[in-house]
Write a protein that binds this ligand. Structure first.
Ligand SMILES: C[S@@+](CC[C@H](N)C(=O)[O-])C[C@H]1O[C@@H](n2cnc3c(N)ncnc32)[C@H](O)[C@@H]1O
Length: 257
């Protein structure tokens, strides 16, 4: 995939009424699944191994705080709005996967399964039968994502529950090589670089890596995600295809490694 193709898909993603979006596939997830979550009145315990979420003003009551994770009491409606892909970015994700037709897609951070359902749906819209392997640390969310994939998008998937650090390397050993990666969890620059190093040997030539929150900062916790974005772009194996305010796209070139 080339830079101009990815730029064109991003332009199409910005257009809500893009004729490139097959409504049957896209709206099922984007409207029906999103509505189901935003209308939910349930309160859940969010076990968060990450660095907190981007819209921290909505944070709920903290029930437990350890060095490794925190448990926060939140409403499903609030949390789904807070963490799930939406708008132009959600459309871009869908269009990118539909065009790329990956046989194996990897996602770090399943959340409620909105992005995963979009990936699965885009695979079907592109008439491909790729497999989605997605990782999620919060047990409640891993269950939700599984249910939402089954209800809102058909397709082949595996959800691995647990902390990325404990599950990623060993799981990748027993799966086919990867054509598409979406990193959407754990906004910590050192850990993001570590996940990329772990994933690198399992990438097919030409694999596309999409990352969210590449420039996110939380100064009170000393977090500056741009540090990892710069470092990863400098790796000889990667070329940058898109560098936007809150997400970036890279391509993996095997011969450069
Ligand atoms: C932004 S949300 C993902 C949203 C999802 N991609 C979507 O758009 O529908 C990030 C997710 O990553 C998970 N997460 C963050 N850090 C993690 C870690 N170190 N290990 C496992 N899961 C983690 C969180 O529990 C959260 O559900």
């Amino acid at each position: 995939m080339f830079k101009d193709q990815v730029e064109k898909l991003w332009e199409q993603g910005k257009n809500e009424n893009s004729s490139e979006l097959p409504r049957l596939f896209f709206d099922t997830i984007n409207i029906r699944l999103r509505e189901r979550l935003s209308e939910s009145e349930f309160i859940m315990n969010f076990k968060d191994y990450g660095a907190g979420t981007i819209h921290s003003s909505l944070e709920g009551r903290i029930l437990k705080n350890t060095e490794d994770f925190q448990i926060e009491e939140v409403s499903i409606a609030d949390l789904s709005r807070r963490i799930s892909v939406k708008g132009a970015f959600a459309r871009f994700l869908f269009l990118l996967v539909k065009e790329l037709k990956p046989k194996k897609a990897l996602e770090l951070g399943a959340g409620f399964g909105i992005s995963g359902a979009l990936i699965l749906s885009a695979l079907r819209a592109g008439n491909t039968y790729g497999h989605l392997l997605t990782f999620e640390g919060c047990p409640y969310l891993a269950n939700e994502a599984e249910e939402n994939f089954s209800l809102f998008s058909k397709g082949s998937f595996d959800i691995v529950e647990g902390k990325f650090l404990d599950t990623l390397g060993s799981t990748l050993q027993v799966h086919d090589k990867i054509d598409f990666v979406f990193i959407d969890g754990h906004n910590n620059p050192e850990m993001r670089c570590q996940y990329i190093e772990t994933i690198l040997p399992f990438l097919n030539d030409g694999a596309i890596v999409l990352m969210r929150a590449i420039k996110w900062k939380k100064p009170e916790k000393g977090i500056d995600m741009e540090l990892s974005w710069i470092k990863i772009q400098e790796m000889k194996e990667f070329s940058t295809l898109l560098d936007e305010k809150n997400f970036g796209v890279l391509v993996y070139n095997k011969n450069s490694s």
